[in-house]
Write a protein that binds this ligand. Structure first.
Ligand SMILES: [Zn+2]
Length: 446
């Protein structure tokens, strides 16, 4: 069954695109905590921020670049010297820095937002990538609003930036407009038409305005994209970005249709999700796939009965595989330090011995008063014990993620029928030539 293991690069933009979404802004310490968790999760690239956007962002990117050494650390920049220089100043101490340059290419953005011609856009893209390349070997370019860009012009720009030294071409569906078949076809078109494309990595960056960010991302992978841009809990501009946990688990659970691998240690998905919502105060919707409170809850009696007999009757993956705490593990006053440490870890916290002792003492006192200590009690307790300050940062040890990622390719029992081999793409579509694109006030990022 094993043909070849195609590796997908996971580019996490929780700290950049995600952080830009309403209610999700994070301070310096919070960003560092999320970055540590992303490192534990095993993502390949962390987009740490947009250094020109604010001094706070600059400092956070700089700190993450210094502290987090395994993944590539990327910083976003508009296609101009000041932005790129600022990004580089924040990134230059990273073990593996990447400058991510973006420039809109769709006519609507050129005309109304940037007020430049296509020729000017082409020259600016080429020139800015060349400048970024003069500072940093690893340069990613994003033609913002690619999915509403004339494909001929898009290919022209992409070819120019490859020539100028870009190593990753990210294709953003900035406004969440595309659909899976169309996006897959766009990736195929780019692969066919852009000279030099075989030397670079094609990346997908999808937004969820029509609820199709993950589906579009999966279509892009099937069509040859080898990097995915995504966020924890799918946070991001407007309706959000493609959700990291859904992409990763789609590949794990449906390896038969998506025979690709990532280095993500799936058992850290739920802790990452919990940590992020705890930090931002933005709750995960209960029915959110993979990380929602109800994602593994079985309410109906007949379902409960089936799950107890064999989880595969109603579960396509186990809660444990994505790090959802074992609900049978009840924390009470008889629970030991070890059980407490495990539950803290499952909630996204790892403490050194001293900090754990401290929490344990308070935990026992609380357990004396109330019978069962629920997760929210524990989170409150952790928060109280570690008031936001420099010492509050939980201790995260750098993990050998590769070891943790050794997930078996697929169970041998296939409880579900295989999908037919052929794609059902033969249906005629009646397309009206008139589309209306409401212009948005959209300045930052892809
Ligand atoms: Zn975006």
């Amino acid at each position: 069954m094993a043909k070849e293991n195609v590796r997908i690069t996971v580019f996490d933009t929780t700290l950049r695109d995600g952080e830009q979404s309403p209610g999700c802004s994070m301070n310096y310490q919070e960003k560092l905590r999320v970055a540590h968790q992303l490192d534990r999760l095993g993502v390949d690239v962390i987009e740490a921020g947009f250094p020109i956007a604010s001094d706070g962002d600059f400092e956070a990117v700089k700190a993450i670049a210094v502290v987090i050494r395994r993944p590539i650390i990327a910083g976003l920049a508009r296609a101009c010297h000041t932005d790129i220089q600022r990004a580089w100043d924040a990134l230059k101490d990273a073990a593996r820095p990447r400058i991510h340059v973006f420039l809109a290419t769709s006519d609507i953005h050129l005309k109304y937002k940037l007020r430049i011609t296509r020729e000017e856009c082409l020259a600016q893209a080429r020139e800015s990538v060349a400048f970024a390349k003069s500072l940093c070997d690893d340069v990613e370019f994003s033609p913002e609003d690619a999915t509403r860009t004339d494909p001929d012009f898009l290919c022209q720009v992409l070819e120019a930036v490859v020539e100028a030294g870009a190593t990753t071409l990210n294709i953003p569906d900035t406004v969440g407009y595309t659909v899976p078949t169309e996006f897959g076809e766009l990736i195929v078109t780019i692969r066919r038409r852009v000279k030099g494309i075989e030397k670079v990595t094609i990346s997908a960056h999808c937004h969820n305005d029509l609820g199709m960010a993950v589906a579009n991302t999966m279509a892009a992978i099937s069509a040859g994209a080898r990097q995915v841009e995504c966020t924890i809990n799918g946070i991001g501009e407007r309706a959000g970005n493609a959700s990291l946990e859904e992409i990763v688990m789609a590949m794990r659970v449906r390896y038969d249709r998506y025979p690709y691998e990532t280095a993500v240690a799936a058992e850290h998905l739920f802790p990452a999700s919990q940590l992020l919502s705890e930090i931002t105060g933005v709750a995960v919707q209960p029915n959110k796939a993979i990380t929602g409170r109800n994602a593994f809850a079985h309410e109906a009696g007949i379902h409960q009965d089936g799950v107890l007999k064999n989880p595969l009757t109603y579960e396509i993956m186990t809660p444990q595989s994505v790090g959802v705490p074992d609900s049978k593990l009840v924390l009470g006053k008889h629970s030991g330090r070890h059980a407490l440490a495990i539950r803290c870890e499952q909630l996204g916290y790892q403490f050194d011995r001293r900090a754990l002792d401290d929490i344990y003492r308070r935990f026992v006192r609380l357990a004396d008063k109330i019978k069962h200590v629920e997760d929210h009690h524990l989170l409150e307790l952790i928060r109280e014990t570690h008031k936001p300050s420099t010492s509050a940062t939980p201790l995260f040890e750098p993990l050998a993620v590769a070891a943790a990622a050794g997930v078996p390719a697929q169970e041998s029992v296939r409880p579900f029928p295989m999908a037919p081999k052929a794609n059902a793409f033969g249906l005629p579509l009646s397309i009206s030539p008139e589309h209306h694109h409401d212009q948005e006030d959209y300045l930052w990022g892809v």
